[in-house]
Write a protein that binds this ligand. Structure first.
Ligand code: URA
Length: 483
């Protein structure tokens, strides 16, 4: 084991420098502990190597690092290093996409830390209140403002640029238990932690201000002439801007709080559902499809289960004569836990109704039972499942078909057709009746194909062709019944 010295409130730059040396020395996370440099340690400390080139990490991990490093939890260093090690070293190529794996326990914890940090920054922006210094010792007659704030995490340097941008022409000081920021004559400096001022005693902050002011005052920076020509000194005390500053601060804060509430940085809905799913223990029911559905809810046959909200199993009566098979659930299906309930589902329902097929008597499922997507901000962009994922999920499709024993299986689109036929299928060439490993099948288009067509005339024509397919299927089934 090695002990790596790192400050309790290390910022990103310090962590990167420490991590760089550990990575270059080939020290895996299992042999490291991170400790305050002031704490005596009996463990050997890794050799300092200052000359090491910076490492590069994928952008999504860099963003996670920037936020999570500010969290108070002491285990953030070990978690970040664990992830960094896997990104840069795992099986020599590294798990470059690790940060996108929301269900990875380390990433999940770091994402939670990052979220809390962002909330804390929002809170500081929203709720910090400046008050005007009462001391008369004004710098060139200019008012000064102080504020006390108690953040939960080490966010001072992350939060302060907001105030610099908002109040560039004010002199102000923000005191916190994790450090002090002072903005004077357009220059920002940081100082040590401050003591909480007693309730109602403003003099403490005033004195703090004066201490800073006296020690940091740089006469060379004050360009009185330029300032007075822009804004005659005589007016400074009563300038509306300066008189309004505290109000403006308060209002800006309320607006920021409003924006914060509208988009509170909360994890998207699906993240919460994923967490709930992981915490659920499923009892296996007796009815065959219900039992399969319950069993599939814990499916880990491929990696798609990690980022999806839940398994979206097939739905419909167990004695259905027709089974429709789509590709995979989309965003809305993933949230609802039901197949074909989103835009493609609406299109499908409309076409079924036009072909006089009652959706209530058919069974509807997908070749792949978990939503595959790429996160883009809070949006999830559909990704086509690959052959391995389709193969892994065929296990469930086969079991659904064996239980239901439908008279006809309709493949909606190429993914379903390939899964059922066990080979590559061209929908346009093979559209119509098909053989699916000895079972009666029918190949048609996927309803989402219609949603993607930009040309209205083509869309109308393709929709009519789709309805015609469904019509043919209904007639086929009716003929069978008669026979
Ligand atoms: N597309 C599919 O293939 N299945 C669904 O359930 C929804 C959209």
């Amino acid at each position: 084991m090695y002990s790596v010295p790192i400050s309790r409130d290390a910022d990103e730059a310090e962590f990167r420098a420490v991590a760089r040396r550990c990575l270059a020395s080939g020290l895996g996370p299992q042999v490291l502990t991170f400790a305050d440099p002031d704490q005596p340690s009996l463990l050997p400390r890794p050799l300092p190597r200052e000359d090491i080139a910076p490492f590069t990490v994928p952008r999504n991990f860099a963003a996670l690092l920037t936020d999570a490093i500010c969290h108070r939890a002491p285990d953030r260093f070990a978690l970040l290093y664990d992830a960094l090690w896997r990104i840069t070293h795992y099986k020599s190529h590294g798990e470059r996409e690790l940060a996108t794996r929301a269900a990875d326990p380390v990433i999940a914890k770091l994402a939670d830390y990052a979220h809390q940090v962002r909330r804390d920054i929002h809170k500081m922006h929203a709720f910090l209140r400046f008050r005007e210094c009462k001391e008369d010792d004004k710098h060139d007659g200019k008012s000064r403002f102080t504020a006390w704030f108690e953040p939960q995490h080490f966010i001072l340097k992350r939060a302060v640029p907001f105030f610099v941008e908002r109040f560039p022409s004010m002199d102000w000081l923000i005191a916190t238990p994790i450090g002090t920021a002072i903005f004077q004559d357009g220059a920002l400096t940081y100082g040590p932690p401050a003591q909480k001022p007693p309730e109602g005693d403003d003099r403490v902050l005033d004195e703090l201000w004066l201490t800073y002011y006296r020690t940091t005052f740089n006469p060379a920076r004050v360009r009185v002439k330029a300032m007075t020509s822009e804004m005659p000194k005589h007016y400074w005390r009563n300038m509306p801007e300066t008189a309004l500053i505290p109000d403006m601060v308060a209002q800006a804060s309320v607006r920021v709080a409003g924006m914060d509430d509208a988009d509170d940085g909360a994890a998207p809905l699906f993240a919460q559902r994923i967490a709930e799913r992981r915490a659920t223990v499923v009892a296996i029911p007796r009815a065959p499809i219900a039992a399969l559905r319950a069993e599939a809810s814990a499916c880990q046959r491929c990696a798609l289960h990690t980022a999806a909200t839940q398994t979206v199993f097939g739905e419909g009566p167990e004695n259905a004569r027709i089974v429709f098979v789509g590709e995979q659930p989309g965003d809305q299906e993933d949230l609802a836990g039901k197949p074909f309930v989103g835009p493609a589902g609406e299109m499908f329902n409309r076409a079924l109704a036009e072909a006089a097929i009652d959706r209530g008597i058919v069974y509807v499922t997908n070749a792949v039972k978990h939503f595959k997507y790429e996160p883009r901000g809070k949006r999830r962009i559909h990704q086509r499942p690959n052959a391995g994922e389709v193969r892994a999920c065929k296990w469930w499709l086969d079991r659904e078909l064996t239980t239901i024993e439908p008279e006809l299986i309709v493949a909606l689109g190429a993914t379903a057709a390939q899964s059922l036929a066990g080979r590559s299928v061209s929908v346009l060439r093979e559209r119509g009746p098909a053989d699916f490993a000895g079972r009666s099948g029918f190949i048609s288009i996927h309803p989402s194909f219609l949603l993607r067509l930009p040309d209205a005339a083509a869309k109308k024509k393709e929709y009519e062709n789709f309805v015609a397919d469904l019509h043919r299927i209904r007639v086929l089934m009716e003929t069978k019944r008669v026979a």
